[in-house]
Design a protein around this ligand. Sequence first.
Ligand SMILES: Nc1ncnc2c1ncn2[C@@H]1O[C@H](COP(=O)(O)OP(=O)(O)OP(=O)(O)O)[C@@H](O)[C@H]1O
Length: 766
Amino acid sequence: MKTAFFQHQNIVLDNLTRAQYQKIFLAGKNGELHCTVCAEKVRLFLGINERPYFFHTHAPEKYCPEPAVPIIIEESATFSMQNGFKLPKGRTITESLKSVEPFRPSKTIEYTIPFKQVTVGSQQKRPPYLIELADSGVVLDGSQSTAVLDTEGSVLVLAGAGSGKTRVLTVRTAVMINVNQIDPRSIMLVTFTSKAAAEMKDRLLSYPQMKREKIQQLVTGTFHSIFYRILMFHDGANWSANKLLKKEWQRDKILKEAGKELDLSEKEFAFDLALQQIGFWKNSLQMPNEVRPTSEWEEKAVFLYKKYEEYKHQEGLFDFDDMLLGCYRLLNSSPDLLAHYQDRFHYFLIDEFQDVNKVQYELIKLLSGKHKNVCAVGDDDQAIYSFRGSDPSYLLEFEKDFPAAKLVILEQNYRSSHEIVAASNQMIAANKVRRMKRMKAQFSSASPPVLFFPYDEEEEATMIVTDIQERISNGENPSDFAILYRTNAGSRAIFERLASSNLPFKIDQDAESFYQRYIVRSALSFLKVSLNEDDPQALSDILPFLFLKQAVLKELKAQSILKDCSFLEALSHLKTAHAFQEKKLKKAVTLIRGLKHLSPLTAIEKIEKDLGFLDFLKKRGNESSKLEKGSDDLKDLKVAAKSFDTIEALLAHSEHMSAMNKEIKNLSKHFLDAISLSTIHRAKGLEYKTVYIIGTVDGSLPHDFALEAHRNGDFTALEEERRLFYVAMTRARDQLFISVPQQRRGKKANQSRFLVPLNKKKKTDS
Ligand SMILES: Nc1ncnc2c1ncn2[C@@H]1O[C@H](COP(=O)(O)OP(=O)(O)OP(=O)(O)O)[C@@H](O)[C@H]1O
């Protein structure tokens, strides 16, 4: 059905602009759309696999044919009865709109290599070497069992995604404890996240006859948690948790303070990158006096590094990187302590070895010096932390430091369908620096990966939620689904759509609400003041944007009593030392007042241009930041604002969403059967039946900063972004959906360059 009745007029889908689809979708959800024939409620279907159409929310009592020609009815009418049908009276939008962008249907990714099932005679065969490990119910292939059973001596397991690396580590640990009767206290099992450590323990517990107390005796966790425990044990007074610089803003503040000595402007200098670079140097064991800067920028960053370290030292503070460095120094400076731990730990098992950095690598080398028993597993194609100093070359050069190590290569992918494996292989092959691999899938699926083309972030979210809803109503479970994105900021629309559905979902604990981001909250505060001129919190939020100090608030309150006026009005009576500023404030009061009569989008544009918000952003809004810019937040807010007709509605929505963010985070800890919303980084090591990757456009994935580095001749960041995309693609078991929105942040977007190799034509079996 292509027509519906909305706000006293007939609307024809083909005549709508794509930008209007989302609004019409929401109108349908709110019961504001009606059938042009039977007048019953209809909704707009906006999904991935079919073109949009209107459908009746309840089966109409009478047969309701789609009208061939939209009915033209009198203007300003509501409904009238005709031949027993309740018909809407209204005006039809029959004239064709000039700029109607056609709906672009989704398409499947053509893969180049056909799937070959291993067959023996006429029998389909599982990989030829699958064996069950001594009545344990655990199945391994030949290479996996070598890595599992040869527990004496070092081993390097190199493999692609989904090849059972984590399975190998878990079963190897189980075999050591249960079969070889090795004392679990002598085993150190290192994972990349604490979640992965907990999951590994759970998997170990399901191993037959495994005793819980044995698992508890294992030393497991992330590098940071394990080495911090050691530091606390030997030097608790200097390493107490209250001295930890936990938050990025705390470190950022130290750097910005130090930057004043060099007159570094917050407007121009990328402090976020400097912080990242300092982490990189520390993790690479390069102290400030050892760094040889290669550019002017690096010279400044080294200066900041030096000052940062001095400040921490003076104040007795430490950061996360210091946990590893501190332990490394402790062990190096105390041979007895080192000998103690070398005797204590006989076995080391390390997951995600491609993301090991120098200090971690050196710590393992030190500790394993006596027994030389390290089992490292990794995939250089999944190295996604090199910006923090991780270096896949440790994976590739392992055999130099552990010459007796056995090399095991896993080539079977047990997780994903052939179509997903082939597409991922094809995509990652474009990276120049990598070890060639041949990953083979175990099964083929009738559903190749799908590319779909929503209009913008809003429509993208709607299409995904529609798709998940359909699948869940067909019997799938919420935990079958994951929606992955490059940065948390990219998850606003999908969060909102899920929050207003009945679907259970979970988010990362560090995902802050979009509406609580500094720039967004401040822009909304202008709107709040316009509605309530005495809102003290909102007024305090906007003061910096009017280039006023917080201390002014007291004065405003006093003025409002003296002059019997609102806090906002008091702004126009404020005496500053500058006449031009007083004039500006008077103008600002009028402008802020006028906002309430505008649509939310126009009001935000006014704040941006007429109230100097953009000027503020340029001067103090982190515009020099390479990773997250304040102006990007404002663009995202404008996209969100488009869906609302009134400022009240937008503000109510933002408050609701902030509250939902808190609630969902609390629930996320307990939700088992829930859809996962996650950054790609956090999804590493996990798997889901169906994965949606959102925002697959240049600027988002690959991220803008990698494109900029590439333009300046450095391709490493772009290769890391490609690996990130590879990690995302290979999380899917059965179904992979890649979303390519046509617009991002209100502007035309270009599909991600990573998709180019996936557009090749399918080869037929030869
Ligand atoms: N021999 C096997 N037979 C059947 N299934 C297997 C086998 N080995 C692993 N699997 C399954 O394949 C999936 C991927 O395994 P695992 O998570 O251990 O791979 P991985 O190499 O660590 O993956 P990634 O690096 O992509 O996170 C899991 O569902 C696991 O249970």
